[in-house]
Design a binder for this molecule. Structure first.
Ligand SMILES: [Mg+2]
Length: 184
């Protein structure tokens, strides 16, 4: 089984650090649970470039980025017993070195770190399973025979399950689901 695990929003809760920097820069406090939309930043009247600038800054401060779950390294290792685990991420390339440091620091072992330009490119790769928080992958993986385990986050709560989209609250749920599926 070839499993693509996303970094931001699945392993690393980088939006928490994003909100911290936003607060430092603007004085505005936004709760994590208020991020009810993938494009929430549009409501802040900023452009995508500004959103990315702050995300890059968050990664420069990678030590401050919390993992999404406790014992995340152990949980990824358990998933790794089921197949190949690649970290597949579409973030700004110049933050790659920080991402690698973060993965090391959080004791996350994986087979390969794969950088892609965007979600479209991600969907085209040869993986059986995607563990991701992006609502845009739902459409892109439709009718592909690939399974999307959508990692529950405030910005993807409106997505409903289909035969190839399953919502997971944590990585243990991913493990249970995948260990029961013997089709790969
Ligand atoms: Mg993500």
């Amino acid at each position: 089984m070839r499993i693509a695990v996303d970094l931001d929003g699945v392993l690393a809760n980088s939006m928490k650090t994003w909100l911290k920097i936003w607060h430092e820069e603007t004085g505005q406090l936004i709760e994590f649970t208020e991020l009810g939309d993938w494009f929430f930043w549009r409501k802040l009247k900023i452009d995508e470039e500004t959103f990315m600038r702050i995300l890059n800054k968050a990664w420069e401060r990678w030590v401050e980025i919390p993992p999404t779950e406790d014992n995340i390294g152990e949980k990824v290792s358990r998933l790794k017993t089921l197949g190949r685990i690649d970290i597949v991420t579409a973030r700004s390339r110049n933050t790659e070195k920080y991402a690698i440091e973060w993965l090391k620091h959080n004791k996350i072992s994986f087979d390969k770190y794969v950088w892609v330009k965007n979600s479209e490119a991600k969907a085209e790769l040869e993986y059986d399973v995607y563990i991701d928080d992006s609502p845009s992958l739902v459409e892109m993986l439709r009718n592909t025979g690939k399974l999307l385990l959508l990692y529950s986050q405030p910005w993807n709560r409106s997505i409903r399950e289909t035969f190839n989209v399953k919502i997971i609250k944590n990585l243990d749920e991913a493990y249970l689901l995948l260990s029961r599926r013997r089709i790969f």
